[in-house]
Design a protein around this ligand. Structure first.
Ligand code: SAM
Length: 201
């Protein structure tokens, strides 16, 4: 489906079969061992990574895909229909806006994201969705500097670093950062109006 719809929906620059399997599917599935809980929201899903492979391999998980671009949301809806996936929905919107909606704020056991923003900015997008006791799971490449840079953001938003799963995936350095939510996120976050990006915590 990714290959079939790529031209129309502009989903990924990776078009070789083997590269798609390695860089999209296997990379996404590396997060499986870190999952805890029943519900997950994926921020900036794009073509559905990491959340679609996670959903396929964890069929009982309730999954929400949040994506800012409507065109990509159309592709995600096609995938869900064609694969007949249940308990999964697509929301077209921006994290910093949806996180203010009380139907979504602190409602998920887990929030995942891959290739959306640097960890300090991303924490402000993602942490508000996670219930106290839940986890923010961030799929990264070279993560050390980002992790250092995000330490204030993580604690201000109610998080604590739980673990880092570092590995090499076909010669690429990867790291999956798991942050536990130990306190509620203060109401003023996310700040909105691009402040998460322009002036990260
Ligand atoms: N997560 C996918 C992956 O790893 O292949 C897509 C990564 S793509 C580089 C980033 C995606 O995040 C884009 O589809 C973009 O529209 C979406 N995005 C960026 N900022 C966002 C935000 N604040 N709220 C929701 N989606 C966002």
């Amino acid at each position: 489906l990714l290959k079939e719809y790529n031209e129309k929906f502009n989903i990924t620059a990776i078009t070789d079969d083997i590269e798609i399997v390695k860089k999209h599917f296997i990379d996404s599935l590396m997060g499986n061992s870190l999952l805890e809980g029943e519900s997950l929201i994926d921020i900036g899903s794009g073509g559905g990574f990491p959340a679609i492979p996670i959903k396929i391999t964890n069929p009982n998980l309730k999954v929400t895909l949040l994506e800012a671009t409507e065109k990509k949301c159309s592709f995600l809806r096609i995938v869900i229909e064609k694969l007949n996936l249940k308990n999964i929905n697509v929301v077209n919107g921006r994290a910093e806006e949806l996180a203010k909606n009380l139907n979504y704020r602190e409602k998920f056991d887990m929030c995942s994201a891959r290739a959306v923003a640097r960890l300090n900015t991303l924490s402000e997008y993602c942490m508000p969705f996670v219930k106290k006791g839940g986890y923010f799971i961030s799929f990264k490449g070279d993560f050390e500097e980002e992790l250092r840079e995000a330490s204030t953001a993580i604690s201000v938003l109610g998080g604590k670093l739980k673990s880092v799963k570092a590995f090499e995936l076909f010669d690429f350095k990867r790291g999956i950062i798991k942050i536990e939510k130990i306190k509620n996120t203060p109401n003023q976050y996310p700040r909105g109006r691009g402040k998460e990006r322009k002036n990260p915590l």
